[in-house]
Design a protein around this ligand. Structure first.
Ligand SMILES: [Zn+2]
Length: 218
């Protein structure tokens, strides 16, 4: 867990979204818009993030790090696939928050990754029923994709999708499930985006008509 300290993607644990795939989508915050700074910069980052998110255990994380050291090229390809999957899923979900249909090619990308990572899917007894989980012993680098892909396809097919929101700050890309009873959550975090927007509105109200607009926030 120490590896996540000081990493920009640790933000996703400070401000959780309510589903693993959404937290993973939010690791794209650094790369989107005008920022252009990828938070998950290599396969080992991906493994550290998954371990910190408790999507994989320590033993599997160690195995995945080892397999990346032994076959860096295939690990790098898996990292690239994780980023493409993340951005495809983000586009589908962001479209959903606007009530728009997803692009067919983005859904196809998700379908392809689901099919490719299914060999790592396992049925586990949950006390009352079986549920899909992952093969925790798998150490080939491709296994790192499965928890994210499973979470993505499960959310897309779940009634929780109706609770999906994007932060109300138009320059913020944070997605989250609004679990409030009256569907009132508007911000990824009140302390950052919520307050910034309040300040911006206050400035706009108090600005003389015809003056230049204030600089962009966040
Ligand atoms: Zn936000």
């Amino acid at each position: 867990m120490q590896r996540t300290q000081g990493k920009p993607y640790a933000e996703t644990f400070r401000c959780p979204a309510g589903a693993l795939c959404l937290d993973f989508c939010n690791t794209g915050q650094g790369a989107r818009g005008a920022r252009g700074t990828e938070w998950i910069t290599e396969f080992n980052d991906l493994v550290d993030w998954l371990e910190a998110a408790e999507a994989i255990g320590k033993a599997q994380a160690t195995g995945l790090h080892r397999s990346a050291a032994a076959a860096p090229e295939s690990a790098s390809q898996v990292w690239a696939r994780s980023i493409s999957f993340r951005e495809g899923l983000f586009r589908v979900l962001a479209a959903r928050t606007r009530g728009h249909a997803a692009a067919r090619e983005d859904l196809a990308l998700i379908e392809v990754e689901n099919a490719r990572t299914l060999p790592f899917a396992r049925l586990s007894w949950m006390g009352e029923r079986y549920a899909w989980s992952e093969d925790a012993a798998a150490s080939t680098s491709e296994a790192a994709l499965r928890p994210i892909v499973r979470s993505g396809v499960e959310l897309l097919a779940s009634e929780k999708l109706a609770r999906l929101q994007r932060c109300g700050n138009s320059t913020c890309y944070w997605l989250f499930l609004d679990e409030t009873r009256n569907h009132s959550r508007r911000w990824c975090e009140m302390a950052s985006c919520g307050n910034l927007l309040k300040v911006r509105r206050f400035r706009e109200k108090s600005r003389p008509v015809g003056s230049n607009p204030a600089g962009r926030v966040k």
